[in-house]
Design a protein around this ligand. Sequence first.
Ligand code: HEM
Length: 373
Amino acid sequence: MHGACWNSRLNLQGDTWVATDPGLVQKIVEALDVDGGSTLRRPVHTVGVGATGFFEPSDVAPDYCIAPHFLAARTAVTMRFSNGIGVVEPHDGWSDVRGMAVRFHLEDGMATDLIAMTLPVFFAPDPETFLEFATSARPRPCRRQTAREKIIGYLHLRLPMPDPYPGQTERANEPAIAFADKVDWAKAAVLDASSIGAPVSYVREAYHAVHTFIVTGRDGQERHVRFAWQPVAGVLKMQPGEVFTDGVVTPNPAAEPIAEYLQKDLGRRLADGIERFTLTMTIGETGDPFDDSTRRWPLHRRRIMMGTLTLDRLVADQEQGCERLSFNPCLLPETGIRASNDPVLALRRTAYAFSSKRRGAIPCPFSGSRDTT
Ligand code: HEM
């Protein structure tokens, strides 16, 4: 990969950030560890699959952002889809947040990453409160509520818990909801996450980069923006008790657990053709929360279509060419995009570097190591 070159030309954005306490970073990453995980793998988004392709900017993209991948006609991409849960066994059929980490290979061996997930907002506005959340909202054994429990819940004006998906034995819904009952900033993400469901395919989900970034347009104007990927094929999920076969969602009367289908689905799709996402960029306005990814922006904000991502093949060596990679949301180009002052974004720079080192991955550009390959 291109890592050796990044270290000599890093854009650390250090001036605008308060350094994150390394002890806190370690505590936070360790708080993500769960039974069934491994310190040799990612502590979250543990199971994933890599693909390659290219990004082509829209005609208007450079007017709004002069980062190299919006100026070049085409930029090669390596990306990884993932399940959010931190266990090494695949649980594709469980209700879970999914991830999409995209690396744009810029000219001269440079790179920039865009990391996104299926929730539009995050659970915590700063590192300390995220640690509280991660410590409280740990996965626990789950079961289907009886009809009686649901009716009693309704009478107490409590929403019923969604039914677990076939074979789903644990989830963080219950403790996360108990936490969000007490803490306002967690409510939006927890509510979305508790009913997020299982996708029929990684390419039938929309993914949000959540944080605010500051982009510079061709005329030098700076704007606060949020990026998201929209699947060209449209979003399609399964409900508990359904399966996706031959392109159609149908009942799964046997309620068989479906442990593993997302990687095969992607392999089949890319063997037969291509898959596409469009990149949208929403422009924030004065008064919008720029440093707090727990809060949505109003729905009528201007949205620019920035380009199209085309995926055309699976990464041939998934272990070396994908699982051992280290993405980082703060790996940004030297021009055109910089980080906002969101403290969670700053934390992620060091948290991902710490995690990459711990699992012995190809070093993250922010790990301080020159030993990148
Ligand atoms: C307090 C905030 C967060 C912390 C501490 C955190 C921590 C981590 C860590 C430690 C990893 C594994 C990194 C590695 O070993 O390479 C990871 C992976 C990931 N995170 Fe986060 N994360 C946070 C917020 C987010 C947010 C806001 C998003 C979505 C925008 C996100 C999406 C992902 C994805 C998609 C991956 C998998 C990346 C890959 O495929 O390599 N995370 N996270």
